[in-house]
Design a protein around this ligand. Structure first.
Ligand SMILES: C[S@@+](CC[C@H](N)C(=O)[O-])C[C@H]1O[C@@H](n2cnc3c(N)ncnc32)[C@H](O)[C@@H]1O
Length: 217
């Protein structure tokens, strides 16, 4: 069976092992914490991290709420190996599974999520895949469940548009430009989400990261 196509964590710059060092340049603690605050994981919650990569966001969710069950999903087995090593190091019982974000029901047949989080994934995906991932997130969530997305969104100033060119050169203009044009809230509504809002916009060295929040109404 052929592996479905996806853009790797560092886009055309490849090498997953470099990823954590590169993403640290975005001042990741700030926007990751903001995303966790909006997620507000509670004891007993089932949280799915879509496109979990090397597991940094999943592990922060766990650090802030160790009584939640956290499952990370990513198609890149090298990133999952990194994530598992990082989880082992801090004895975090986070599960990591191999799979695409548009096939969550198949990857997680045993999981109905209270909350879904996803960071820096959708900007790397073609428009039909952005739509399919959001539909799949909607499917895996329980009614009333919450979606939190931290990703490059509308780039509102010339400075942020210029900074975001670095990401666009790595991940390609076709997939990243719709994010910079502010397409995500509309796509979330089309996927069936309600109460869609931009909770925070955080400038970074490589463009502004927006934390979006939505609910399965
Ligand atoms: C830039 S990395 C972000 C990783 C992690 N979420 C973080 O915040 O550090 C993007 C990740 O999305 C994954 N990815 C790309 N296309 C995907 C898809 N269609 N479904 C799920 N994950 C995908 C990649 O394998 C990669 O690990």
């Amino acid at each position: 069976m052929t592996q479905p196509a996806f853009t790797p964590a560092l886009g055309c710059f490849g090498a997953g092992w470099l990823y954590d060092a590169v993403v640290a340049l975005t001042g990741e603690r700030g926007w990751r914490r903001a995303a966790c605050r909006e997620l507000a994981a509670e004891p007993g919650d089932v949280v799915v991290d879509v496109g979990c990569g090397s597991g940094s966001q999943s592990l922060m969710v766990y650090a802030l709420q160790p009584q939640a069950r956290i499952v990370g999903v990513d198609p890149d087995v090298r990133m999952l190996a990194l994530a598992r090593r990082k989880a082992e190091k801090v004895s975090a019982p986070v599960e990591f599974r191999s799979g695409m974000g548009d096939a969550l029901a198949a990857v997680l047949p045993d999981v109905r999520a209270d909350k879904v989080i996803s960071s820096l994934v959708l900007h790397q995906c073609p428009l039909p895949m952005k739509r399919a991932i959001l539909a799949s997130m909607h499917e895996v969530l329980k009614p009333g469940g919450r979606l939190v997305i931290a990703d490059f969104g509308r780039q509102r100033s010339w400075l942020m548009r210029a900074a975001f060119l670095i990401v666009q050169m790595a991940d390609g203009f076709a997939d990243t430009q719709p994010n910079a044009d502010g397409v995500l809230p509309g796509l979330m509504r089309q996927a069936g989400f309600g109460n869609v809002r931009e909770a925070q916009v955080i400038p970074t060295l490589v463009g502004a990261v927006t934390v979006y929040v939505a609910e399965k109404v």
